[in-house]
Design a protein around this ligand. Structure first.
Ligand code: FE
Length: 226
């Protein structure tokens, strides 16, 4: 069996927004897909570690903004590399409007949005799979939708090694943070994206991977959500 086959599945990227009585929140997922067209119905899988997951379980409604190739890394940093449990992601953010369900959609770096009302869910262990009826949707602009592969090739910054002093250091494959030194502590948590040591790869002083050069982020949507 070639475990890399799973990486050949293509994914879109989305800002999944929710709102409870206190505040709105959003995270990045790659798991929104249409499952039926009569009626229009979508599914989305969300990690239970996400603050967004808990709100979704409670409120049963969301807006999914489809990320386009015009998106910049700041969009991923803002919605992906911090948790709504620690901050209000919409408090200092102006590139949104409320959809008809009063849940924000993202106007900058997204080409459309889908409003969903959850009708079913399935416990998948680490994630919950939600099935939702589409209650509203609209196009924002005609930029192509970004795929997960496009994000990795064109939006995610390359490793910045200019301040690296060690001969061998470790690169976070999720966000590009570099741990300057070797070995990487087994219990290390990335200070930027909060992923653990398992997503780091060894690099040399020029930023080249020295082991498993083919290794990609294998964490699915966990690579970009929070
Ligand atoms: Fe990181």
């Amino acid at each position: 069996m070639n475990n890399k086959a799973i990486f050949k599945i293509s994914y879109g990227l989305f800002v999944l927004s929710v709102k409870d009585s206190d505040k709105a929140n959003g995270c990045i997922v790659n798991t929104v897909m249409q499952v039926t067209s009569s009626p229009d119905r979508v599914s989305v899988a969300v990690s239970k570690e996400n603050y967004t997951h808990d709100i979704l379980m409670e409120t049963k409604e969301f807006t999914a903004s489809v990320i386009s190739e015009k998106a910049d890394f700041e969009l991923f940093r803002h919605f992906g590399f911090q948790s709504g449990a620690d901050c209000d992601k919409f408090a200092d953010y102006s590139n949104y409007e409320n959809a008809s369900n009063e849940i924000p959609y993202i106007k900058k770096g997204c080409n459309s949005y889908i409003c969903g009302k959850i009708t079913d869910s399935m416990d998948l262990g680490t994630h919950t799979l939600f099935i939702a009826d589409v209650t509203d949707m609209d196009i924002i602009d005609d930029a192509p939708s970004a795929t997960y592969e496009y994000y990795h090739k064109n939006i995610k910054p390359a490793a910045d090694t200019k301040n690296v002093t060690s001969k061998t250091s470790w690169l976070c494959t999720i966000c590009g943070y570099i741990y300057d030194g070797d070995p990487l502590p087994a219990d290390f948590i990335c200070p930027i994206c909060k992923h653990d040591a398992s997503v780091f790869v060894k690099i040399d002083k020029d930023g080249n991977k020295t082991e498993n050069p083919e290794q990609e982020n294998d964490r699915g949507e966990q690579g970009v959500d929070a």
